[in-house]
Structures are given as structure tokens and as C-alpha cells.
Write a protein of this length. Sequence first.
Length: 253
Amino acid sequence: MKILPLHTPILQQGDDLVGILAKGTTFEKDDILVVSSKAIATVEGARIDLTKITTTPEAQDWAKKSGRSAAFRQAVLDEAKRLSGAVVGGSELAMLTELKPEGLEGSLLVPNAGLDQSNVPEGYCIGWPMDPLRSAQGIRDHLVQKTGKRLAVIVSDSCCRPRRFGVTAFALVCIGVDPLSPQIGKKDLFGRPLTMTVEAQVDQLATAANAVMGNADQSIPAAIVREHGLPMTNFVGWVPGIDPEEDLFKGAF
């Protein structure tokens, strides 16, 4: 498998993201394009001006627990509400939010409702595109029209893991490739059938791509996954979540 980074200039609202990504790059059949959700949100004009936010007592209380401003805490509360979610916990570092965006099977636990103050001008924060699935469809349709090739698209974001230090990445939505790869019934090295293993294959690809995209000043908001050996499919949607009652970590929260 090859991971090919796609360098760009600093992106601005209104930029032609597909045109920028395709410049100087030749897409091949069955390439999978992994794109940062924050890059998409930036060109779509979804960044939030913190100077225009009116804070509530709840946001002010959260601000007292950490170094983040009350305006940022309010932005998190507002974004969680927009995504049919709520704050379910947190620490001095971040607010833990459970989000249930339209179209998602289940819910997501993410810090700060997906908002981030990095890679945006001072006084702003940035989250997901308003409709990540629609954005992904637009990118894929534009690329297919431009290249004539069969392609898949994954929209990714950084994430944390229980009891593990540091960030990795996960997929919000995907088009053209299945999000999960069930291994149940396949044999292990000693001939025993697997009984519960389901590989989160687009999360794995998001993490692999993030290894070259980075999270700082690399200016690599996307990457092509090539020679991956995965079948292209007609899947279009959010990567499904798990029923909270089946979640291994439910007792830890």
C-alpha cells in the first residue's frame, strides 16, 4: 500500500479544494482520497469567529476549569447542540461530547464537539463541515468528472482513545469503500474461526493517511491511498457507531 501526500498552500474560504488537490497529481483507478474535515470546513467557510459569541454561565464555568476561553467553551456547547449532542464529561484539557449527527447510526464520543483552534487565524476555531457527507459526495463527483476514474473518498479527523496518550485519526464518512470489514468466520493461524473481529478499515486508512498528513504546519490536508487491495463498493454514508450497551468502555465513563 502507498500513501501519497497532497501538499497545498494555506487554504482559504472559497478555494477550489478539488482543483488544488488535483493540481500536479494524476489519480489512478481505485485510488482512495483521504481529506481532512478541517480543510473542507475551511474552504466552505465554516470556521467560527469567537469574538462574536455570547457566552453563557455554563461556558464560563467550563472556562474556569481550564485555560480555554469562555467563547471557545460556548462554541463547543453550540456545536454539540447543532449535532444533536451534549457534553457528557471532560477534564482541564477538553470537554467530552457525545454527538449524534443526522444520518449517523449510533453516536460519537469526541473532544470539544470536533472543534479545534489550530490551523486557523487567531480568534477563530474550526470544526467539521456543516454536512460532511454532502461535502464528500461533492468532492468525489467532481474528481470523477475531472479524471474519469473510479475513486473513493474518506473524510477524516483526529481523535483520542481511552487510556492512551496522543491523537490518531478516524473516518467521519466514506464513499465508494465499505467502512467495516467483518472477519467473522475466517480462520486464524491455528484454524480456529474468528467469532467477533470486525476491522474498522476506513479508520485504519484515515490513521495511515494522517501519518503523512500530520497535525501541525505540514500543509498536507489530504493523501491518496493507492494499491490498497480493498474492493470498491457503492457505500455512501457515515461510518457507523456502536450501540452504547455493546461498548466495551461504557463502564469507564
